[in-house]
Design a protein around this ligand. Structure first.
Ligand code: FNR
Length: 382
C-alpha cells in the first residue's frame, strides 16, 4: 500500500512509464583513446548556489518516514556521505532542524507548495531562513491534485486506517510493519508547532492548496524570500513557461511532471528539456527530474541541457528497502554509473560533456525529441 504511493503515478500511469522509457531512445557515441583516467574526473557542480560533488541530487519527496522510520534524516545522512545536494519537501515528516543537522552543507533547498494562507506560508519561509535553507523550489504542478488510481485500489491512507486490506498488506511486509510499530508515529513537520497527527494536516493541506495561484503570487513569494538565495520554479513543461518564469524573477527553471503523478500523458520531461534550454538560453540554471532510474539517465539529462538532475524514486526505493544504508546504496550505484558513463564518453567534467554533447548524443527517430512525434497540434497540417 505504501509502496503503491511511492511507486505509482496518475491514472493508468502512462506519463510515468513514458518518462522512464523515453531515456531508452537516446543513444550515445563513446569515445576511444581519450586518455582520461579515473583521477581526472571532476563532477563537481553548483546547484541552486551550492557547490556539490555530484551533478545529481535527492529531491523533495513527501512523507519519507512512511517508507522508513528514519525518513528524511536517513536520506540527508546518505546524501552528506556522497557530497550530494538535497531538496526537502514542505511535506517533510522530519523537522527542518533534524534534516539540516544531518546534512548542514547540502540540505539547503526547501520545496514549497502554493498555499492559500500567505501568513502561514510566510511563517514557513521565516523558519526556513532561520534554520539555514538558502534556496526555494516552488512546486507549481500540484495545485490541482492528480488522480492516483493505484492509491485508491490499494486503499492507501495517511495515517493507516487499519482496514482489513491494510492489515493483510502489513502482514505481508513484516519488516516494514515492525519498523512502523516500534517507532514514534509520523506527522508533518513544516508547519510551526504542527504536532498534530498527519491525518488532520492532510485535510489542512488539501484545504490550503490554491489552484488559482498565479504568476503574481509567484512574484510575491520571490520577493518574500528576498536575497536569501535563488528560487526555482518546479514543474515546468514548456519553453514558454520557462521564459515567463525567468521574466518573473525565478533564478532556476525545474523541468518536471511531478514524476508522472499529476497529468496523465504529460510530456516526458527529457523530451521537453531541449526546448526549455533553447528558449531560456545558456545562462539560466535548468534542473531536470522525472524517470531517472540509472546514472546513464543523469548523463543524458546533462547532455541535453540540464545543469543538474534530480532523482526521486531512485533513492526512495533504497530508503524503503534499508533506510540510510538503502539510500547510500542507491547513491553509490547512481554515481558509479555516472562516473563510468562519463569516462567512457571521454568527458572529465559536466562542462566538457555539454560542449561535446552535439557529437555524442543520437536520438532514435521514433523518439519525441527527434521531432517525429512531438509536435504541437497547431503545427500539424491536418
Ligand atoms: C514526489 N514528488 C514531490 N514533489 C514535490 O515538489 N513535493 C513533494 O512533496 C513531493 N512528494 C513526492 C512523493 C513521492 C513518493 C514521489 C515519488 C514524488 C515529486 C518529486 O519531487 C519529483 O518531481 C519526482 O519524484 C521525479 O520523478 P522520479 O525521479 O521519481 O521518477
Amino acid at each position: 500500500m505504501v509502496y503503491g504511493y511511492l511507486d505509482g503515478g496518475a491514472d493508468e500511469e502512462r506519463a510515468l512509464r513514458r518518462s522512464v522509457t523515453a531515456y531508452n531512445d537516446i543513444e550515445l557515441r563513446h569515445a576511444v583513446l581519450h586518455g582520461i583516467g579515473h583521477d581526472d574526473m571532476d563532477l563537481r557542480t553548483k546547484i541552486l548556489g551550492v557547490e556539490t560533488e555530484l551533478p545529481f541530487f535527492v529531491t523533495s519527496c513527501a512523507g519519507q518516514r512512511m517508507f522508513h522510520a528514519d525518513g528524511e534524516v536517513a536520506t540527508a545522512r546518505a546524501a552528506k556521505k556522497h557530497g550530494c545536494f538535497m531538496a526537502l519537501s514542505q511535506l517533510t515528516t522530519s523537522t527542518f532542524e533534524d534534516v539540516r543537522a544531518a546534512h548542514p552543507d547540502g540540505a539547503k533547498a526547501l520545496q514549497l507548495y502554493v498555499w492559500r494562507d500567505r501568513v502561514l506560508l510566510k511563517e514557513v519561509l521565516d523558519r526556513a531562513k532561520e534554520v539555514g535553507f538558502t534556496s526555494l523550489a516552488l512546486t507549481a504542478d500540484f495545485s490541482w491534485v492528480g488522480n492516483r488510481e493505484r492509491e485508491t485500489k490499494t486503499g492507501f491512507t495517511v495515517p493507516p486506517s487499519y482496514s482489513m486490506r491494510q492489515c493483510i498488506d502489513a502482514v505481508k511486509a513484516p519488516a516494514w510493519s515492525f519498523d512502523f510499530m516500534s517507532r514514534v508515529p509520523y506527522g508533518y513537520k513544516a508547519v510551526p508547532d504542527a504536532d498534530f497527527p498527519a491525518e488532520s494536516l492532510v485535510d489542512f493541506i488539501a484545504a490550503q492548496m490554491k489552484p488559482e495561484f498565479d504568476w503574481k503570487d509567484a512574484e510575491w513569494l520571490i520577493s518574500e524570500w528576498g536575497d536569501t538565495g535563488p528560487v526555482a520554479l518546479k514543474g515546468v513543461a514548456s519553453g514558454a513557461d520557462a521564459v515567463r518564469a525567468v521574466e518573473t524573477g525565478f533564478k532556476a527553471v525545474w523541468v518536471s511532471n511531478h514524476g508522472g503523478r499529476q497529468l496523465e500523458d504529460s510530456v516526458a520531461t527529457i523530451d521537453v528539456l531541449p526546448e526549455v534550454r533553447r528558449m531560456v538560453g545558456p545562462d539560466v540554471e535548468v534542473i531536470l527530474d522525472g524517470g531517472v532510474r540509472r546514472g546513464i539517465d543523469v548523463v543524458k539529462g546533462l547532455a541535453l541541457g540540464a545543469d543538474a538532475v534530480a532523482v526521486g524514486r531512485a533513492y526512495l526505493y533504497g530508503l524503503a528497502a534499508g533506510g540510510y544504508e538503502g539510500v547510500d546504496k542507491a547513491l553509490t550505484l547512481l554515481s558509479r554509473d555516472v562516473y563510468l558513463a562519463m569516462g567512457l564518453l571521454g568527458c572529465r567534467t559536466v562542462a566538457e560533456l555539454k560542449a561535446k554533447a552535439p557529437e555524442l548524443v543520437l536520438v532514435n527517430p521514433h523518439n519525441a525529441l527527434a521531432g517525429r512525434q512531438l509536435k504541437l497540434l497547431r503545427d500539424v497540417e491536418l
